[in-house]
Design a protein around this ligand. Structure first.
Ligand code: AMP
Ligand code: GLY
Length: 428
């Protein structure tokens, strides 16, 4: 099969690496990709939001399957455009816009959960004309207040504040479009849930599903979960506190009702569902849905999948998902992000990365998150630059390998969190 993978981050490098191992793969094309993926396929200089250009590329290169990494093209309707085109006949891994609303609109996701009795925080939803009602609704809850921009905001659309004054000011800024543009003109206000977060992932054709490994992401930039939110500074898989009992509750109360809910609502869905959960006193609640895999979670979950990923994707798209096994390895994986100085604020790009050729002997993989190659040199090209994934029989040895990688690779201003996995290690 000829496959076109859309995206350019660490998630896509991990997907490309895994797809490249498939016995079904004839050629892999990656749009736009990054320096780490160059040896795995053809890098295509394509803008994924230019749907007509993607369609032309599919036709010209006889692509059989398009795998979409990030959410923005899905929410904007890339899957619909390709599946409904009369110029091409292609499989798409990634939902149509209707299903991508699970991530694209917080209010849609909350209504969906309410309709299907899926446990989530109590909430209210308000538009720009309802500022007074929104402010009054804060009375329903005690501090801290959780305010969410309805639309896509690159992981930055959630504000949590203990100050009532700040909550009111934030509501004003959001609803007037000042802080998040149109994405914030509708705001979801919800109950603060106090617990520990964990993510589950499945592939689904909208009727059946297969689980992928669980993962825990470290979102804050600073050690001890301090400082501003980032796309994710590291991840581990498996997650020790996902006990068989918790997993079963999450399956029965959340995963199965979500897939059945999509079916009942007549929403077609072919791709990944990412369940961002919080465990409160032993019970799972949904914090958010995403319509794609996580980054950096993918860099720890795919290396633990033994099965041929392209075989799984092909079965997904041909109604044969129940016929395949998704086999998960026992071994653990961890990833530590090496980021550019200043991230998630302003940072410089174009720093030469050193040490990439001296990584032999460490049980791990370096996935490129934001890099580009210029005259045979690999340069930093984003906030999150490398995902240093370690493997091991247990989390402790996986983390040791991640940090050994971190000790060997460097660029000007590079930093990482030194406490990835430390919180769960204490509890083992
Ligand atoms: P989201 O973009 O919805 O995943 O939210 C970003 C982060 O905000 C989550 O990973 C949580 O850490 C936090 N968060 C969101 N909703 C809540 C909530 N209801 N209670 C507590 N924390 C929350
Ligand atoms: N790491 C969180 C996300 O991909 O949304």
């Amino acid at each position: 099969m000829n496959v076109l993978l859309i995206g350019s981050g660490g998630r896509e490098h991990a997907l490309a690496w895994k797809l490249h191992q498939s016995s079904l793969l004839t050629s892999l094309h990656i749009a736009p990709g990054n320096a780490g993926m160059a040896g795995l396929g053809t890098l295509a200089d394509l803008d994924p939001m230019d749907f007509a250009a993607v369609e032309r590329y599919v036709k010209r290169n006889d692509i059989h399957q398009v795998v979409v990494g990030p959410e923005a093209p899905l929410v904007a309707g890339l899957a619909d455009y390709l599946l409904d085109s009369d110029k091409i006949d292609v499989q798409v891994v990634g939902p149509r816009a209707a299903g991508a609303q699970l991530e694209g609109s917080k209010e849609f996701a909350k209504q969906f959960m309410k309709r299907h009795n899926i446990p989530t925080a109590r909430y209210g939803s308000f538009t720009g004309e309802q500022l007074d009602a929104a402010i009054a609704f804060l009375d329903e809850f005690e501090a801290p207040y959780v305010l969410k921009a309805d639309g896509l905001a690159a992981g930055k659309g959630v504000i949590i504040t203990s100050s009532r004054e700040e909550a009111e000011a934030t509501l004003k800024d959001m609803l007037s479009g000042t802080s998040f543009g149109d994405a914030g003109r509708r705001v979801v206000i919800e109950e603060f849930l106090d617990g520990i977060e964990v993510s589950l992932f499945c592939v689904t054709d909208g009727h059946h599903f297969k689980m992928l490994p669980s993962a825990k992401d470290y979102k804050r930039v600073g050690e001890g979960d301090t400082g501003p939110n980032t796309g994710g500074m590291g991840a581990i898989s498996p997650v020790p506190f996902v006990s068989p009992e918790f997993q079963e509750k999450a399956m029965n109360q959340i995963v199965i009702p979500t897939i059945k809910g999509l079916e009942k609502d007549g929403i077609p869905y072919c791709g990944f569902v990412f369940f961002g959960l919080i465990k409160v006193g032993g019970d799972p609640f949904v914090i958010e849905y995403n319509c794609r895999l996580g980054d950096p979670e993918t860099e720890v979950i795919l290396p633990r999948v033994q099965s041929d990923l392209l075989h799984v994707f092909d079965s997904l798209c041909t109604g044969m998902l129940t016929e395949v096994d998704v086999v998960i390895e026992e071994r653990a994986a961890s990833t530590v992000i090496l980021a550019s100085g200043g991230y998630p604020g302003a940072y410089e790009k174009g720093m030469e990365i050193e040490g990439l050729d001296a990584l032999n002997g460490i049980d791990g993989m370096v996935f490129h998150a934001g890099t580009k190659e210029v005259r045979r040199k690999v340069l930093s090209n984003g906030g999150r630059v490398l995902a240093l994934t370690g493997f091991g029989l247990d989390l402790e040895s996986a983390l040791k390998n991640s940090y050994q990688l971190a000790a060997r690779v460097n660029f000007d201003g590079a930093f990482c969190r030194n406490d990835i996995g430390a919180d769960v290690m204490e509890s083992i």
